[in-house]
Write a protein that binds this ligand. Structure first.
Ligand code: GLC
Length: 640
């Protein structure tokens, strides 16, 4: 009876073992040479993207704010990292109410960052270094200082409906906003405009009026913005706040519907007070992203060159996020940002939670698409502050060895931490709209402090007497110059990881398995026929752990070679370890590799090509059949 139960359990386990082919989901191993498959890969598919927040990267003119010439001067550093592309947070003319996410002119460079000539110089220099430049495209809103808005407010025919206007309602003689909608940055999302005598919608601060995408002229104008920058040679765009672009249209009486409440939030100004069923994720949004992609593809058809890409910022439910990739007939964003590592992992997450978080994306991703892994950005607390400085390297290891692209926010490669900023020094509108008692929950200033280049004054970021945000106190220890000296620093581990992914075809093309080996140990296996198999093993917690990789991964020889180890480790690259009893120190992480290449074309590494992107390994069937045979013989033995 026990045996029968065990057998059934084993069958179940085998059948549910998830092996994820890479984006080449339809390849049959062995049919196509590795080199050929690498050639077929697009430049971004295993790329490392690096986000620069220009205000805080490098100040070349001593005004305490980073600028374009600072970025150009820092290209050798980006080259040293080995990144594929950098996306720049907005560099366009702006009154900076939301630090550039409030754009007054979509095709002009903000003087604080430089000139168009500086931008063109950056493009030339980046091109020479083979680093692609991606710009931030902010479609949801402009600044209220944008010419379009001024003309719209003045009722000029062409611009009248460029924004979302409404007269509101008179209740007992008092004018009330058109609906109860709340701004992401607190308070009503409607602002009365004295000039036009109407309310306008702003889903972010009131200096960020929402553009009206139901107006074809707006769609055309924003497509032209894309074309303008494409002509300047950019490799693509990160699309800002895309789920907000459409709101539910007014009903037949011209009224906007109120959104329902969330009972558990009691502060009526808090964005969480309402369920955003009419202002976020409207069905038209996805089609709009497909339109933008068509603009990029058309540009490429006309002008040649590498594929131009879209990275979409959306924190929507996963089923919606997946639609951004495209559908059967239209292409969408090549990389809708995967924020799961940010939104689902906490300090308390165990290895199973890590495994589930990684699998969640791979399970949902449509066949033939490319995964991506984002660890941080300018809106979220830094990785080191969120999950611990001692987990920075293991997380970089994880994202560098998972399939697809990875995205690093500037400074995460150094393990920079959030900096506490006093209420008086707080500048982020998201916090300034609150009060001294609660601002810390809302502020994004702590993750936006200047990049730490060296132990020099202002961390080598600037020579201003005051930088726009304070410099972190730890800059003398945590900086590029210091970390270059230590072979096991965050920076050097990061550089080796990029190099590894660049060189290892298994990491670019291989299939993926993700497993929790214990409560604390996560393992990722990457395998590719005719190449080495890699394992990334993380001990997430503070205890020493001993695991047996052979128990969890079939057909594994006991000895593996260490490729990369975190500073906690006693192992070093080139060591051979016994994976039947692999001991991991607290927070130690290793990348291991088989000593030989995978040679067999049949068995474990052959996949079905039809249907789903998840396939049961063929060896699973062999094992199953063997088990059935053993069971039958056992039953017949009992019957005798
Ligand atoms: C995005 C940006 C954020 C900005 C907001 C409004 O979420 O990342 O920084 O405040 O959009 O544009």
């Amino acid at each position: 009876m026990y045996r029968l139960a065990a057998f059934l359990l084993q069958c179940l386990a085998l059948a549910s073992a998830g092996v994820y082919p890479n984006y080449h989901a339809d390849f049959v191993d062995g049919d196509v040479e590795i080199e050929m498959r690498q050639q077929q890969m697009k430049w971004w598919q295993a790329g490392t993207f690096y986000q620069i927040y220009p205000r805080s990267f490098k100040d070349s003119n001593g005004d305490g704010v980073g600028d374009l010439n600072g970025i150009t001067a820092s290209l050798p550093y980006l080259k040293e990292l080995g990144i594929t592309a950098t996306w720049l947070s907005p560099i366009f003319t702006s009154p900076m109410a939301d630090f550039g996410y409030d754009i007054a002119n979509f095709t002009e460079i903000a003087p604080i960052f430089g000139t168009m000539a500086d931008f063109e110089q950056l493009m030339r220099a980046a091109n020479e270094q083979n680093i692609k430049i991606i710009l931030d495209f902010v479609p949801n809103h402009s600044s209220d200082e944008c010419e379009w808005f001024k003309r719209s407010a003045a009722g000029e025919e062409k611009y009248k409906d460029y924004y979302v206007w409404h007269p509101g309602h008179l209740v007992n003689g008092t004018r009330q906003p058109p609906s109860n909608w709340i701004s992401v940055f607190r308070g009503s999302a409607w602002q009365w405009h004295e000039g036009r005598k109407e309310y306008y919608l702003h889903q972010f601060v009131k200096k960020q009026p929402d553009l009206n995408y139901r107006n074809p002229k707006v769609r055309e104008a924003m497509q032209n913005v894309l074309r303008f920058w494409l002509a300047k040679g950019v490799a693509g765009f990160r699309i800002d706040a895309v789920p907000h672009v459409f709101e539910l249209a007014p009903n037949s009486e011209g009224q906007y519907k109120d959104e329902p409440r969330n009972d558990w939030v009691h502060d009526p100004d808090d964005y969480g007070y309402l369920q955003h069923i009419y202002t976020v994720d409207q069905p038209e949004t996805i089609a709009l992203v497909y339109e933008w992609r068509a603009v990029l593809d058309e540009y490429q058809r006309q002008h040649g060159g590498d594929e131009r890409i879209l990275l979409a910022e959306t924190y929507s439910p996963i089923d919606i996020v997946m639609k951004y990739y495209g559908n059967g007939t239209a292409e969408g964003a090549q990389l809708p940002f995967n924020f799961l590592l940010i939104s689902e992992l906490t300090n308390a997450s165990n290895a199973e939670a890590y495994a589930q978080t990684v699998r969640k994306w791979l399970d949902h991703m449509p066949e033939g698409r490319t995964a991506n892994w984002v660890l941080g950005n300018h809106d979220k607390p830094r990785v080191a502050s969120r999950l611990g400085t001692d987990r920075v390297d293991m997380l970089n290891m994880l994202t560098a060895t998972l399939p697809g692209a990875s995205v690093t926010y500037q400074g995460e490669e150094l393990g920079m931490t959030d900096v506490w900023i006093s209420w008086n020094d707080t500048v982020d509108p998201s916090a300034c709209n609150t009060n001294p008692n609660i601002y810390e929950q809302y502020t994004r200033d702590p993750e936006r402090t200047p990049f730490q280049w060296s132990a020099d004054e202002d961390a080598g970021f600037s020579n201003a007497s005051k930088t726009w945000l304070p410099i972190a106190k730890d800059y003398r220890e945590v900086n590029v110059v210091e970390q270059r000296k230590d072979p096991q620093s965050h920076l050097n581990i990061y550089k080796q990881l990029i190099q590894l992914r660049h060189n290892a075809s298994t990491l670019q093309l291989g299939a993926t398995e993700v497993k929790a080996l214990s409560g604390a140990v996560l393992a990722v296996k990457r395998s590719l026929l005719h190449d080495y198999t890699y394992f990334t093993v993380l001990n997430i917690n503070d205890g020493t752990e001993t695991v047996n990789l052979q128990e969890s991964f079939e057909n594994l020889l006991p000895q593996l070679e260490v490729v990369l180890a975190t500073s906690q480790s006693k192992s070093k690259a080139g060591d051979i370890v016994d994976v039947t009893a692999l001991s991991l120190l607290p927070k130690e992480a290793l990348i291991l590799r088989t000593t030989g290449k995978l040679a067999t074309a049949s068995g474990y590494y052959t996949y079905y090509t039809s249907g789903n992107s998840r396939h049961m390994p063929v060896i699973g069937i062999y094992t199953l059949l063997t088990e059935v045979a053993v069971l039958l013989s056992y039953l017949s033995y009992l019957a005798v």
